[in-house]
Write a protein that binds this ligand. Sequence first.
Ligand code: PMP
Ligand code: GLN
Length: 386
Amino acid sequence: LVARMRPFGTTIFAEMSALAARTGAVNLGQGFPDTDGPSEMLAAAAEALRGGQNQYPPGPGIPALRAAVAGHQRRFWGLEYDPDGEIVVTAGATEAIAAAILALCEPGDEVVCFEPYYDSYAASVALAGAVRRPVTLRPGDDGRYGFDPAALRAAFGRRTRLVLLNSPHNPTGKVFTPTELALIAELCQEHDAYAVTDEVYEHLVFTDADHPHVPLATLPGMRERTLRISSAGKTFSCTGWKIGWASGPAALVSALLRVKQFLTFVNAAPLQPAVAVALALPDAYYTGFRDDLQQRRDQLTAGLTGAGFEVLTPEGTYFVTADIAGLGGRDGIEFCLSLPERCGVVAVPTQVFYDDVEAGRRLVRFAFCKRPEVLAEAVTRLHRLT
Ligand code: PMP
Ligand code: GLN
């Protein structure tokens, strides 16, 4: 194995799901829903499979899906992208992120990101021979995660190539504020850096959040330097399909496509028309999905609080983080590894998503994208901890 990949072991998600399978624990670790997405989408996939859409589709994705992605971004965010040249379909957001970084970063270039970060970020940056410059998100007195603006400013420098921004943010559930986004935009422009935005949770911002989700690309001067990435997995509860997309100015999208064509070439033919159908669902689908998840968030946060966790209520995504200090926990990894045996539940230690391990030492993440009865069972079990 090449040196730059040696620091990376098995991803925490595979590790924790294996632990759940081995122990029969309730798996609130890896984030995947336990119910299927919209029936119209599933029917369209079955029809495409039976209808012979089973050979290589076009490299940038089928025209119907690119048109649907453009329509979706116009409808929800007022963003205009040309389906021919400004949108490309990828193998989930993961491939889009990797291809973006590989396409834009020379060895030694720096990538500013926020930690805790989604685990593929560090690996993709390493594959490109680039260097990550994480800015730490910390829980504040208001129970919300924030960062020191001076630390963000200091993370930008001569070698900064791009900022990788995930909002709504996994694992913290943070939705970046307009002020924070404005600072990120200002620094990108000051340093002539690109932005790669991971917006896979764009539709999961709860009604009691202080502010809505705002795509960075909508800020003045940002569309021309931003690759905006999203995916069907989260919005339509089909994480196993791995259909994602990137949108941006033609020059950036064509750079990404240059790399993408040698990573996967093209993506699952019969799933693309189905995701096009899903993207065109009426607004009621999107708000209904969010309201559902919000109820589950409330169910799990109440349950965790009752069980002795200090919960950091998320404004978005389908994850909640909690501090284990109140339960006498000192280390999230230790805690999560013993949790199946202690009470039959699996969670993810968020310290694995930090370079500054101390900042996340006692934080653990639970996924609430599960049926209410599954969450109820997990909560019952977690009460055995006290
Ligand atoms: N980014 C974030 C923040 C995620 O949580 C995930 C996991 N779903 C991904 C990217 C990967 O998305 P996909 O499965 O579409 O590759
Ligand atoms: N995005 C999901 C999570 O954070 C799962 C990702 C994965 O398994 N690679 O749990």
